[in-house]
Design a protein around this ligand. Structure first.
Ligand SMILES: [Zn+2]
Ligand SMILES: [Zn+2]
Length: 444
């Protein structure tokens, strides 16, 4: 994380980014946004049918984390046909497609490849009926996070950038990342040489579809999503009859005391101005009311926006667990920390440079997000590895449907629900426009 963000985080101010936006009209001045958008739309008029077919094919044939063999092969074929040099099996099932077009910056564009282990219940004519092995058993698979929208927009942006090749200079590194849902795909690609075997990106872009109105784009400088870690603690005690507690070392007492004391890490150890959450979501112990069991398992989640807070919460949870066990005369508990995705922190300068382009292209449909989202994303790995980036949101649902739900005081089914049903047109179209313009803006 670069120091500027630490400062921004510390004081909870994002006004600096807003000021940059105001002065960045010049930076965006080189790109004639209206003209470029008209060219993109003229190209889409010709190629949209193919993108729609690709989207529906991928939607009907979703694949789980690190099993995206067919999906990766489809994208590799599309990119080779466009003249990209494609390397497959980067980080197991990932792909890297490179196109060099003279001297200039290297820009990375990322899509995810994976779907989720759940049954689709949208009733759409192109709904998925796919089944794959998941944790040892056949499981329905659904693109219920919309990664199929991202893939179609990714191919569409590559098509437009190739068609507009005379208008920009630099290198494109289009990556298809496996296993975003399982958190591990970004790390796998980096470990397999993404940033050393291929041109190192100076700038990175990615987008994610959500339950907002299709046709909209939302972005923000600084923190965009939280980190997400898990923990599992096993308190080791001594079992006894419930009527003879003096013979026990009671793990239920330890689990209960830990769950309560844990919140003092939030209230007394972290900076009150810094975002941080610890929640215990599962406590498992015992079988009957008159038996004191010999162990208790506590599982929880830790969320934060910055590495310092993340560390305070992690060490605070572990220390509290140890202290609770010691107080109960119990052996040290087993503490397993499951490091998940880090917070995605958007680069202030890239956001400031791109925002006016989105505003010019989409008008009121380009909005600055008021706060970070609560979801987590492993795109953060690329940023931590030194690729300053902008990760923005894309509305995915028919605006009429969104309005109908809103009238009832509800929201349409979102990502990771079996009813999540993005409307490909205009979600894919907007994704192609936004991504192509963002890349052109930094390469023209
Ligand atoms: Zn997801
Ligand atoms: Zn996702």
């Amino acid at each position: 994380m670069r120091p500027v963000f630490r400062q921004v985080l510390r004081y909870g101010l994002f006004a600096g980014a807003a000021a940059l936006v105001a002065t960045s009209a010049e930076a965006a001045g080189k790109l004639d946004v209206a003209k470029a958008k008209a060219q993109i739309d003229a190209g889409l008029a010709k190629d949209y049918g193919g993108l729609d077919a690709l989207y529906k094919d991928i939607h009907q044939h979703p694949e789980l984390a690190f099993q995206e063999n067919e999906t990766a092969a489809k994208l590799a074929k599309e990119m080779r046909a466009l003249g990209f040099e494609v390397t497959e099996h980067v980080g197991k099932t990932g792909i890297v497609a490179v196109l060099k077009n003279g001297a200039g910056p290297t820009v990375m564009v990322r899509t995810e490849l994976d779907a989720l282990p759940m049954e689709e219940k949208t009733g759409l004519p192109y709904a998925s009926h796919a089944v794959q092995m998941w944790q040892g058993k056949p499981t329905p698979v659904d693109h219920s996070c919309g990664h199929d929208i991202h893939m179609a927009a990714w191919v569409g942006a590559a098509q437009r950038l190739v068609a507009m090749k005379s208008q920009w200079h630099g290198t494109l590194v289009f990556i298809g990342q496996p296993a975003e849902e399982a958190i591990g795909g970004a790390r796998a690609m980096i470990a397999d040489g993404l940033l050393t075997r291929f041109p190192k990106p100076d700038i990175g872009f990615a987008q994610h579809v959500g339950p907002g109105p299709a046709g909209t784009v939302s972005y923000r400088a600084g923190v965009n999503s939280s980190s997400s870690d898990g923990f599992e603690i096993t308190f080791l005690g001594r079992g006894a009859h419930g009527s003879r507690p003096q013979l026990s070392i009671d793990p239920v007492m330890m689990a209960a005391r830990f769950t309560v004391d844990l919140q003092s890490v939030i209230s007394r150890e972290k900076d009150p101005a810094a975002f941080g959450v610890i929640s215990v979501g599962a406590i498992q112990a015992g079988s009957a009311g008159n038996i004191i069991p010999d162990q208790a398992i506590v599982r929880g989640t830790i969320r934060s926006y910055d590495p310092a807070t993340r560390e305070i919460l992690k060490t605070g949870a572990e220390r509290t667990a140890k202290a609770v066990a010691e107080m109960a005369r119990a052996p040290a508990p087993k503490f397993v920390f499951d490091q998940g995705a880090s917070a995605v922190v958007n680069d202030a300068a890239i956001t400031a440079r791109t925002a006016p382009v989105f505003k010019a292209a989409f008008g009121a449909n380009a909005v600055e997000a008021p706060g970070p989202g609560s979801a987590s994303e492993d795109y953060s790995e690329y940023i931590i590895a030194g690729v300053p980036s902008l990760f923005w949101g894309l509305g995915g649902i028919d605006p009429k449907v969104v309005a109908d739900y809103k009238a009832k005081g509800q929201e349409p089914p979102g990502n990771h629900t079996p009813q999540f049903a993005p409307t490909p047109e205009p979600a894919i179209r907007t994704g192609v426009e936004a991504m192509t313009l963002a890349v052109l803006n930094v390469l023209s």
